[in-house]
Design a protein around this ligand. Structure first.
Ligand code: FES
Length: 237
């Protein structure tokens, strides 16, 4: 398999397995949010401070540093999630980032004063999974956003990215794909919520000398910004 060519589902699985093998050597993942909100609060300085500290403390062998899409709490950015403990640090500065990396990764201490502060409970809630804002969400389209590196396609493939596309292109015919879409009940995101399978069936029946692929893009707000965010943060689904 050429490095940048995927010709089969087996190729995708190999990319996933190679990536996972690479990842296993890291005991910690430092995920710095690189979404638009955090870019505007200078998350680049946070990434740089984290990278320098990891290097200075000799932690690079077992610590992966990644930038992700929006984690969903732009108002308290820049933010950073340290895995596998799932500790969510907020309102970072380069100085606090250095302190956190040193304490959390080199010394095994959570710096609670820099973790998420719940204004209702009036206390810090260090673990992301315990934060009410996250607990009440079921993410579907954006489930990988804030969790994987946004600039590494292998990270997306490791989360089964492109598997459905590969299955549709390599193992199904047009009518099988439409039948599957019909079963799913998926609809357009515009105001009409037009059934996708009906549109695709009509397109398939149409007689034309040209085959034109089309992607529905909603015209209504807040759809466009949601769609743009979805594409930017997860690249593609
Ligand atoms: S952009 Fe970082 S939390 Fe939204």
């Amino acid at each position: 398999m050429e490095h940048n060519h995927v010709n089969s589902i087996k190729d995708l699985i190999k990319i996933r397995e190679d990536y996972e093998r690479e990842e296993w050597r890291f005991s910690h993942q430092v995920l710095v949010c690189g979404g638009a909100g955090c870019v505007s609060s200078d998350c680049r300085a946070i990434s740089e401070a984290a990278a320098e500290t990891i290097k200075e403390l000799g932690l690079a062998e077992n610590t992966a540093l990644k930038e992700t899409g929006c984690m969903g709490t732009c108002a308290v950015g820049p933010v950073m999630l340290i895995m596998p403990e799932g500790i969510f640090y907020t309102k970072l500065t380069p100085q606090s980032t250095r302190e956190i990396i040193k304490a959390h990764i080199a010394e095994g201490r959570v710096l609670e004063e820099h973790t998420f502060y719940d204004n209702v409970l009036r206390t810090h809630v260090p673990k992301m999974e315990d934060i009410t804002f996250f607990k009440e969400q079921l993410r579907i389209a954006l489930r990988n956003c804030g969790v994987i590196a946004y600039d590494d396609i292998r990270a997306y493939i490791a989360k089964s990215g492109y598997m459905a596309a590969a299955k549709a292109l390599l193992e199904m015919d047009g009518s099988g794909v439409i039948a599957e879409i019909k079963k799913s009940g998926i609809r357009g995101r515009g105001g009409a919520g037009f059934p996708t399978a009906v549109k695709w069936e009509a397109g398939r029946r149409a007689q034309s000398e040209e085959n034109i692929s089309s992607a529905t893009r909603t015209k209504a707000t807040p759809g466009p910004s949601w769609t743009a965010a979805s594409l930017r943060e997860t690249r593609i689904r």
